[in-house]
Design a protein around this ligand. Structure first.
Ligand SMILES: O=P(O)(O)OC[C@H]1O[C@H](OP(=O)(O)OP(=O)(O)O)[C@H](O)[C@@H]1O
Ligand SMILES: Nc1nc2[nH]cnc2c(=O)[nH]1
Length: 175
C-alpha cells in the first residue's frame, strides 16, 4: 500500500507489464512509421516517463517535441483545457504521434487535436499508455493503447495526485 496525502493506493499495473507493453508498442511504431520521419509529441507533464521509455526503443528516424496542457485538478477533470506551451511550425506536413499517459474524458485530446490541425500535419496518430474507456465524454480513435483500465483514479509512472506520486515505477490505483 502507498499513501499519498489523504489517499491510499495499491499496485494496479506492474513495472514489468508496462515495460513489456511499451516494447510491443515501440515495435509497432518502428514498422508503421519506417521511412516517414514522425514527430512524437509528448503531452506534459504526465507523459514524460512513458515517452522516455518508448523513445529509447524507437529505431527509425524521428523527432520528439512537447506540448504542455493542464486540465485535471485533484481527482476529477475540470473539463477546462488550457494551453501552456505552444507548438512551433515544425509539424507542417509531417506525421505526428501524440503521446499521452492517459485518455480519460477525452477533453484534453480534443483540444490538442484541434490545436495541431491548424499546423497542417500530414497525419495525426494517438498513442496513450492508459485508456479509461468508461469515463469517455468525447470519443476518439486511439491508434496505440497500452492498457484499457477501469474507471478508477490512478497514479504513478508519470501520473500525479496533486502533483505527487509521478515517480512511482508502476501504475497504482486508489484503494
Ligand atoms: O481525458 P481527460 O479527462 O482530458 O484527461 C487526460 C489528461 O489528464 C492528465 O493531464 P493533467 O491535466 O492532469 O496534467 P498533467 O499531465 O500535468 O498531470 C493526462 O496527462 C491527460 O493529459
Ligand atoms: N493522475 C491521474 N490523472 C488523470 N488524468 C485523467 N485521469 C487521470 C487519473 O486517473 N489519474
Amino acid at each position: 500500500m502507498v499513501r499519498i496525502q489523504d489517499l491510499t493506493f495499491e499496485e494496479y499495473i506492474s513495472e514489468e507489464r508496462i515495460f513489456a507493453r511499451t516494447s510491443q508498442l515501440a515495435k509497432k511504431i518502428n514498422v508503421d512509421f519506417e521511412g516517414k520521419n514522425p514527430i512524437f509529441l509528448g503531452i506534459l507533464n504526465g507523459s514524460f516517463m512513458f515517452l522516455s521509455e518508448l523513445f529509447k526503443q524507437i529505431t527509425i528516424e524521428c523527432e520528439v517535441s512537447f506540448l504542455k496542457v493542464s486540465s485535471y485538478e485533484n481527482q476529477t477533470s475540470t473539463g477546462k483545457v488550457r494551453e501552456l506551451i505552444g507548438l512551433n511550425k515544425s509539424i507542417d506536413n509531417r506525421p505526428v504521434i501524440i503521446v499521452e499517459d492517459i485518455v480519460d474524458t477525452g477533453h484534453t485530446l480534443a483540444f490538442i487535436k484541434d490545436k495541431i490541425s491548424s499546423f497542417s500535419p500530414s497525419k495525426v496518430s494517438v498513442m496513450t499508455l492508459l485508456h479509461k474507456v468508461a469515463a469517455t465524454k468525447i470519443p476518439h480513435e486511439l491508434d496505440y493503447v497500452g492498457f484499457e483500465i477501469d474507471n478508477i483514479f490512478v497514479v504513478g509512472f508519470g501520473l500525479d495526485y496533486n502533483e505527487l506520486g509521478r515517480n512511482h515505477r508502476c501504475i497504482l490505483a486508489k484503494s
